[in-house]
Design a protein around this ligand. Structure first.
Ligand code: TYD
Length: 206
């Protein structure tokens, strides 16, 4: 497919959304056609699925239900928002994509990377990003950031530090597994320093 598909990955509070927004604004200024979006969500039906996923009252949600709902939201988001931009030769920046599922559901929930990969290949018709940036910051630091801004707390934020540590370890594993497309960003630095690394990596591709 023409176009460029960039995904941002990392734990909660890793600063990927802030850097993504800035990257989006910069690329627009440079004259590119860019879509900045997020998962789960990004389009109406996927936002409805998101509400079910993040609702703190849905404590009894089964791990497989969770994995399938993330994949369902992804399929809808892809068809309505990601693919049209890529087909038109534009750039898509997605705040989270498939790797979030591999890590949170495959490793965090223990469903297995392979199992979660397979349902996502079905959901996405095998659309793999051109570049994935992993915002690397230890969960202890990231959680402090989450708690200090007044962002709404979601069902996954409420998981234990152990869960978030597993997620972090999971991301490191995924970085090794897909080293051809995933690049690490040192996200323990200041927002400006984090952004600078992001911009450089993207510029290398353009
Ligand atoms: P969100 O508020 O968007 O978190 P963030 O700002 O950190 O991206 O909530 C999304 C939550 O859903 C987040 O905790 C990660 C989780 N998630 C999964 O578990 N699997 C997935 O496939 C995706 C896309 C997100």
């Amino acid at each position: 497919m023409p176009g460029l598909f960039i995904t941002l990955e990392g734990g909660d509070g890793s600063g990927k959304t802030t850097a993504g927004q800035r990257l989006y604004e910069q690329l627009i200024k440079e004259g590119y056609t860019v879509t900045f979006t997020r998962e789960p969500g990004g389009v109406r039906i996927a936002e409805e699925i998101r509400n079910v996923l993040v609702d703190v009252n849905n404590k009894e949600m089964n791990a497989k239900t969770e994995a399938l709902l993330f994949a369902a939201a992804r399929a809808q988001h892809l068809v309505e928002k990601v693919t049209p931009t890529l087909e038109a030769g534009g750039i898509v920046i997605s705040d989270r994509y498939i790797d979030s599922s591999l890590v949170y559901q495959g490793i965090g929930r223990g469903l297995g990377i392979k199992e979660v990969y397979d349902i996502n290949m079905f959901a996405t018709d095998h659309l793999i990003p051109d570049l994935t940036l992993f915002f690397d910051v230890k969960p202890e630091i990231a959680i402090k950031r989450v708690m200090s801004n007044d962002r709404e707390v979601n069902r996954l934020d409420l998981e234990s530090l152990e869960f978030h540590q597993n997620v972090y370890e999971g991301y490191l594993k995924i970085c090794d597994l897909y080293s051809d497309r995933i690049q690490k960003i040192n996200a323990a630095l200041s927002p400006d320093e984090v952004y600078e690394q992001v911009y450089q990596k993207v510029k290398e591709l353009l």
